[in-house]
Ligand binder design. Structure first.
Ligand code: CMP
Length: 143
């Protein structure tokens, strides 16, 4: 079954949006298979956002993501990678539709509440960066 990495960023944790966000993915029908509240080290931030290294906002991005606790999660379900991206809304909240997480809760691109993997390669890489295999569970929801 497909898995994706989602993370409530420091602004979302600070604004008490963890429950709201978990609720949206649970209500949709996806399965939470890993989660932790954690601080991101400088090294992990630079690895996670490695593809943006040359961008002018890289320093700001790393400073922000390490500025307070994040809530890292792994979700499982059919087409969860692309569906979670739809539910999050466009990266820039100026363009994210009402009803999406960023459309409902964010105003600026730097503080856009949530991160989600954009492809199956990114999902595998990001899950691996943040979680050990034994930190992920597998269970039968019909029990
Ligand atoms: P995310 O999905 O976590 O992936 C990269 C992040 O870079 C993105 O969300 C934005 O929060 C951030 N980002 C993109 N453009 C800018 C920008 N112009 N200034 C600051 N942060 C940005």
């Amino acid at each position: 079954m497909e898995k994706t990495f989602l993370m409530v960023k420091p602004d979302g944790v600070q604004r008490n949006l963890v429950g709201e966000i978990v609720n949206r993915f649970e209500n949709k029908g996806f399965t939470l298979v890993g989660a932790k509240l954690m601080n991101i080290s400088q090294e992990l931030a630079e690895q996670h956002y490695g593809e943006h290294k040359e961008r002018p906002f890289f320093g700001e991005l790393v400073d922000f993501i390490t500025s307070g606790p994040v809530f890292a999660m792994v979700w499982e379900g059919e087409n969860v990678i692309s569906t979670a991206r739809l539910m999050m809304g466009a990266t820039n909240p100026k363009e994210s539709a009402p009803g999406t997480i960023r459309g409902d809760f964010a105003v600026t691109v730097g503080k856009n509440i949530i991160h989600g993997s954009d492809s199956s390669d990114s999902a595998a890489r990001e899950i691996n960066l943040f979680f050990k295999e034994e930190e992920l569970v597998s269970y039968d929801k019909s029990m």
